[in-house]
Design a protein around this ligand. Structure first.
Ligand SMILES: Nc1ncnc2c1ncn2[C@@H]1O[C@H](COP(=O)(O)OP(=O)(O)OP(=O)(O)O)[C@@H](O)[C@H]1O
Ligand SMILES: [Mg+2]
Length: 379
């Protein structure tokens, strides 16, 4: 009798240990939590077929779960429920879809709120104008070639990191041999960079600087023609006298004059062929920003959206139906980069003071000499 009681106790203990062990495995197994979320949200088609977990892989930054989607269930159904996946896995979640195969990237190793500026131009020597966007949750720095974009915009609420990003971008471009111009109507952040960039602070300077770019675009078009080059890249393969130009506008809503708005429209449409790109930033991405411009917006292939309060603002920066800018955590420097697909990034932080000392040490103090440049805007 006593013998059988001891036996039952031992069996009970073993069962408990197995149960506890399985619980621990599940606690660490993100696929278990994700499957529970899929079940609870009834992410299934009308025949009650659910996404099927095909593979799971531990990565350096968390897990990759590969699902096969049944007909009637699409990536957007997962996107809509992102907040549940992120809450239950206590991680950042990104989706990637190829046909019916959906990969859920789960980043559980922690995503820093500050990533210091670190840019090595020689790593991007194959690009005409390397534009560092930010670091993904997996730790990869996204860098785009402006020549391929060819223009970008950045939007977001005040104090979330637009100007700091522009300062980092300006520094990276200058380190890469690109010539930069800046329209800074607030006049607070960029004047100290006057030794390296063509700067416009007032309305007249803005119009003159934009006009200088338009004249430069025409001059370059003639040069390319004279050398029988189809495009800027072809010219650059043989000549070194026309550096790539990037014009940064910090706060687009400050561009109020019709002449300046038309010049930006023209540059957005025609400048790429002559090696000129635009980066336009705005605090208030509401539809009104674009009122004075014909269709500059459609030419901005890359868009970086920091936190915005309103889903409409997010859609204006990232595209119709894309509300991710409003769903971002309220973290300075945290943003969504949209160029075909979305990618969460933490922009690299560089203060104006640090940028100045990097440029002081590494980039000669000279600005691009626009041939047609008016005396009034000479800095
Ligand atoms: N990438 C970043 N990582 C961490 N903190 C950042 C980052 N970028 C900016 N910050 C912090 O946020 C502050 C505000 O940044 P910034 O001036 O760039 O904002 P902004 O979007 O340009 O604001 P505004 O619209 O008012 O001009 C900075 O002073 C800095 O403290
Ligand atoms: Mg700013």
């Amino acid at each position: 009798m006593a013998h059988s009681i001891i036996q039952v106790d031992i069996l009970g203990l073993i069962a408990k240990a197995i149960y506890w062990g399985l619980k621990q495995i599940h606690r660490n197994d993100q696929s278990y939590k994700v499957n529970e979320v899929i079940k609870a949200l009834r992410l299934q088609n009308k025949d009650e077929l659910r996404p099927l977990l095909k593979a799971k892989k531990k990565t350096e930054s968390g897990w990759d779960l590969v699902y096969i989607l049944p007909p009637g269930v699409a990536r957007k159904d997962f996107e809509k429920e992102r907040v549940y996946f992120e809450t239950f896995s206590n991680s950042i979640v990104e989706f990637e879809c190829k046909g019916r195969r959906l990969t859920m990237h789960i980043y559980s190793t922690g995503y820093p709120n500050i990533i210091k500026f670190n840019f090595e131009p020689s790593a991007y020597s194959d690009m005409l104008a390397p534009l560092p966007i930010g670091v993904t949750p997996s730790g990869k720095l996204i860098v785009e070639d402006m020549y391929k974009l060819p223009h970008a915009m950045c939007g977001g609420m005040t104090n979330y990191g637009k100007t700091s990003w522009l300062i980092g971008v300006m520094t990276a471009l200058l380190l890469s041999g690109v010539k930069v111009s800046v329209i800074d109507r607030k006049g607070l952040d960029f004047p100290r960079f006057a030794p390296w960039v063509n700067l416009a602070l007032t309305e007249t300077e803005t119009e003159n600087l934009l006009d200088a770019h338009i004249q430069e675009m025409r001059r370059r078009t003639k040069i390319l023609k004279a050398h029988s080059c189809q495009n800027y890249q072809e010219y650059r393969e043989k000549h070194n006298d026309l550096p790539y130009l990037v014009l940064i506008v910090d706060e687009l809503t400050q561009i109020k004059s019709k002449a300046a708005q038309e010049a930006i429209d023209d540059l957005a449409h025609l400048a790429r062929a002559s090696g000129i790109s635009l980066i336009l930033a705005t605090q208030k991405p509401s539809g009104k920003v674009w009122d004075g411009f014909t269709d500059t917006r459609s030419m901005l292939a890359g868009a970086l959206c920091f936190y915005v309060r309103d889903v409409m603002d997010s859609q204006i920066v990232l595209g119709m139906g894309n509300t991710r800018g409003a769903e971002l955590p309220k973290i300075q420097g945290r943003a969504i980069w949209n160029n075909d697909t979305d990618q969460m990034v933490q922009t690299m932080y560089l203060s104006a003071r640090e940028a100045h000392s990097i440029l002081d040490a590494k980039v000669p103090k000279e600005v691009y000499a626009f041939e047609s440049r008016d005396e009034r805007v000479k800095t």
